[in-house]
Design a protein around this ligand. Structure first.
Ligand SMILES: Cc1cc2nc3c(=O)[nH]c(=O)nc-3n(C[C@H](O)[C@H](O)[C@H](O)COP(=O)(O)O)c2cc1C
Length: 359
């Protein structure tokens, strides 16, 4: 579609871009299709807030507000410059709309807050006002835009072995006590190929692979029994980093399971015994009752002391660990303008090769 030069054309353009706008607000007034109806913006409620970079100057902030009229139920867009006397620059920016999927216009032309007109709000102020009013909240994530500037990753920085490289990054990440450093996402897939992912704690890594512990009758265990491959994602976002580890997965041996089980706090061991992980239970009481039964069996009934050292809690048959043996590891370092650094290690016949990947 050509650049719109009437309200009707602008509305058609918005519809074409996937936004079901029945009206466009112009200069603080609402005009229905064809411009015949007018009503004050005060009656419209802000539903969405979109921010875009300016069409000519990338640093320019552009905002567009999605509105609804509680009286008529119509949905609209707060914009300006759409009439026959439209500012050519705004019309130009609208002609780029189809590729951007949403309208753009200049911030200074917006005068609104939730349910009422306020002078020249910038994006942040409008967002804060909407948050206070409890409108428009979760629907628009487009304004969460980070530019990744923390550091860079060069080929000459890389260790020859990905586990060594992981160790270097791990050292930096785990030095910050604010984060649950070992948390990562484990993806598995069922026999039919249906993927699912969940957080786990990586309990060790080394030349043999990456270890984690869990219930061996859980959904992940069922997936891994049918399809013994997995992928771990470490999202070290505050460092603008991601590590992806892929490979085959095998069960840890009994001695390793026993050794790790003994390091767990008493409460965690009892919890593991009590929980048939991933299976449906009636309510929380069922779980708590099971804990009480186990505590009674261990001679801990009525005791609040969860840290009794000499209590022996046998490792249940269905609790243990897995080792993911990597054959592909990728290190991703966020960089400005989405031109990130990505290096992929692939293992062939025991030898790792490194390739840079396009971001
Ligand atoms: C930060 C974090 C760490 C977790 N660590 C583990 C873990 O080490 N082992 C585990 O079995 N579940 C862990 N969980 C719970 C899992 O995400 C998941 O709920 C559970 O393992 C059942 O998954 P499944 O039904 O896919 O088998 C963790 C959850 C979070 C949020």
């Amino acid at each position: 579609m050509e650049s719109p030069d009437t309200v009707t054309e602008a509305i058609a353009l918005l519809r074409q871009a996937g936004y079901s706008a029945d009206f466009v607000v112009d200069e603080g007034h609402l005009r229905a299709d064809g411009g015949s109806r007018r009503c004050p913006v005060d009656e419209a409620v802000v539903e969405h807030l979109y921010r875009f970079e300016g069409p000519s100057d990338p640093g320019d902030e552009m905002v567009v507000l999605g509105l609804s009229d509680p009286v008529s139920g119509l949905r609209g867009v707060l914009a300006s410059g759409f009439g026959p006397s439209a500012d050519p620059a705004v019309v130009d920016s609208l002609s780029g709309l189809t590729s951007r999927h949403l309208p753009v216009a200049s911030t200074r032309e917006f005068h609104t807050g939730p349910g009422r007109v306020t002078p020249a709000l910038g994006y942040e102020a409008a967002r804060a006002a909407m948050d206070r009013a409890g409108v428009g909240g979760a629907q628009d994530l487009g304004h969460f835009r980070e530019d990744y500037t923390v550091s860079e990753l060069r080929r000459s920085d890389l260790a020859a072995d990905p586990v060594d490289q992981f160790g270097r990054w791990w050292k930096e990440w785990s030095a910050d006590p604010r984060y649950d450093a070992a948390a990562c996402i484990l993806a598995t897939a069922s026999a039919s190929g249906r993927p699912t992912a969940r957080y786990v704690l990586c309990r060790g890594f080394g030349p043999d692979g990456f270890e984690l512990f869990t219930n061996l009758e859980s959904r992940k265990a069922s997936d891994l029994a049918d399809n013994p491959y997995g992928s771990l994602v470490f999202g070290w976002l505050e460092l603008n980093r991601q590590v992806r580890v892929e490979g085959s997965v095998e069960l840890l041996d009994e001695a390793t399971n026993d050794a790790y089980w003994e390091t767990r706090p008493l409460g965690s061991r009892i919890g593991a015994l009590a929980s048939a992980q991933s299976h449906v239970i009636a309510d929380r009481e069922e779980l708590e009752q099971r804990v009480e039964e186990i505590r009674a069996r261990l001679g801990l009934a009525g005791s609040n002391d969860q840290d009794t050292d000499d209590v022996v809690v046998p490792r249940p048959f269905n609790w243990g660990g897995y080792r993911l043996i990597p054959d592909r590891v990728e290190f991703w370092q966020g960089r400005p303008d989405r031109l990130h650094d990505r290096f992929e290690y692939r293992r062939h016949d025991g030898t790792w090769t490194i390739s840079r990947l396009a971001p």
